[in-house]
Design a protein around this ligand. Structure first.
Ligand code: SAM
Length: 456
């Protein structure tokens, strides 16, 4: 039974009602965009959209079929289209969000992206069973999606262990072998850190309110809390919702549960733009915490008569609660790899035609020189990615030289899969680096080298 959420069923109902009440009637996409661009949380929304866009571009580019769980109102439609994805199925518990997503998709229409005609097909459906029973796409059959995404919603499934397991089994059952599961979510350890044992954290842009009993001993599942980020879909609405009821995400439990259904974490995304989005200390960790920098957000916290606020701003604190992770459906940690960057596919084609591997690397090897370095002899293309449409320059809009190698095998563990952290710790990052901990740890302590991206 969830602490503070009133049990699984009523929690789903509460979530459904919360998101239903956030959809406004007779509001065009243009009006929604205008409101978004004028709202106080704009910088946070821009940054979070940027992270999603980069993850989609990196792991779902040109995929035939993507399954988006907890799709909301179609806020990622443009990203999917820009990534030239053929078909997206979106599922969400809020029927009003789903209606809005359908409407926005109709409005989007067929478009061209960098000269390429994109005829993306999207289907949206309201469902209440994602964390309650098994789902298999009846038309397409099992394992029919190349990528499954769940953006800013995984925390809802920590209402109970059963719910998380149903959810992850649904991810795995629909993912083809080798496919990726991309998720962003509120990180349990970050919520705990901000609460510091208090029942509530309150600031101008963020309110967190604990709903579980013992402040220092949250249960692994069902540790409910209210998250209310002003001017976002989690915000409280007078008379209808006090904010979004979420559940602490225990990182070790997530890693363990994902591994049990064949989903193993990708540690290195081999992407310099994404690297700028996450905290440096997470470089060797499966979960990447957001690293926001919002130029103008301190002024939101300023209250007349009080001392000027110090960084980080409350909007930055809100954004720092979030983390991303990418899992791959593979048999062993040694098989974990990242997709080849598009320019590498081009080069590999040339190599194949030429019948030699002078510049390239055989499958499953990282470029000499380590992370992000081109193999010797390969010039770095001036614009390595097909689409980095960042107006939002603060987040990696600069020059990024990415040479890449082959389809980089970058996983660093030796079997059996070891979890450095205890099974139910909320404190920090669980490691996934074999019995001795992460490879970074091994390097620093002089332990045996693993197959890290630095030393394969
Ligand atoms: C913060 S919104 C994120 C929406 C979208 N993924 C995005 O990134 O814009 C969270 C979404 O999760 C959905 N959700 C929460 N619990 C769910 C459940 N059990 N099944 C399906 N959808 C759920 C909500 O209705 C809401 O649309």
């Amino acid at each position: 039974m969830a602490e503070g959420g009133g049990g699984g069923t009523s929690m789903w109902e509460q979530t459904r009602q919360h998101y239903n009440s956030h959809v406004r009637d007779n509001f065009s996409t243009r009006e929604a965009l205008q409101q978004r661009n004028e709202g106080p949380a704009k910088e946070l929304k821009d940054f979070h959209n940027h992270v999603k866009r980069q993850l989609i571009m990196r792991f779902a580019y040109k995929q035939d079929r993507v399954l988006d769980l907890c799709c909301g109102r179609g806020g990622d439609l443009q990203k999917w289209r820009d990534a030239q994805i053929g078909y997206v199925k979106g599922l969400d518990i809020s029927e009003r969000e789903v209606e809005e997503a359908k409407r926005r998709f109709m409005e989007l229409g067929p478009k061209r992206s960098r000269g390429v005609a994109v005829n993306m097909v999207c289907e949206f459906e309201a469902v209440d069973w994602l964390g309650q029973r098994l789902f298999e796409d009846e038309k397409a059959g099992p394992g029919s999606y190349g990528v499954v995404t769940c953006m800013f919603a995984l925390h809802y499934f920590f209402v109970s262990e059963a719910s998380l397991l149903f959810f992850l089994r649904n991810v795995s059952a629909n993912l083809r072998h080798g496919g990726y599961f991309i998720a962003t979510f509120t990180s349990g350890p970050r919520v705990l850190k901000l609460l510091e044992g208090r029942p509530e954290f309150r600031s101008p842009m963020l309110r967190l309110a604990r709903r579980w009993k013992d402040p220092h001993r949250p249960p692994t599942f069902g540790a409910g809390y209210i998250c209310d980020i002003a001017d976002t879909v989690t915000a409280s609405l007078e008379g209808t919702s006090e904010g979004s009821l979420e559940y602490l995400v225990d990182l070790s439990a997530l890693l363990q549960a994902a591994a049990n259904v064949g989903l193993l974490p990708v540690i290195d995304y081999m992407d310099p733009v994404l690297a700028t989005c996450f905290r440096d200390e997470d470089i060797d960790a499966p979960f990447k915490h957001f690293k926001p920098f919002f130029l103008h957000s301190l002024q939101l916290d300023y209250v007349e008569g009080k001392l000027p606020p110090q960084p980080p701003s409350s909007l930055e604190k809100a954004s720092s609660l979030f983390a991303a992770c990418v899992f791959q459906k593979v048999d062993s940690p040694h098989d974990v790899s990242v997709p080849m960057a598009p320019e590498c596919s081009f080069m590999q084609n040339k190599q194949m035609k030429g019948g030699h591997m002078a510049h390239g690397l055989p499958m499953g090897h990282t470029a000499p020189g380590g992370h992000g370095q081109p193999p010797p002899g390969i010039g770095v293309p001036p614009h390595p990615w097909p689409h980095r449409p960042y107006g939002d320059v603060p987040y990696g809009g600069g020059q990024h030289a990415y040479g890449g190698g082959g389809p980089q095998q970058m996983y660093s563990a030796g079997p059996p899969y070891g979890y450095g952290g205890t099974a139910h710790q909320h404190g920090g990052q669980p490691s996934f680096g074999g019995p001795g901990g992460s490879d970074r740890h091994k390097r620093e302590t002089g332990g045996p080298p693993g197959r890290s991206r630095f030393n394969q």
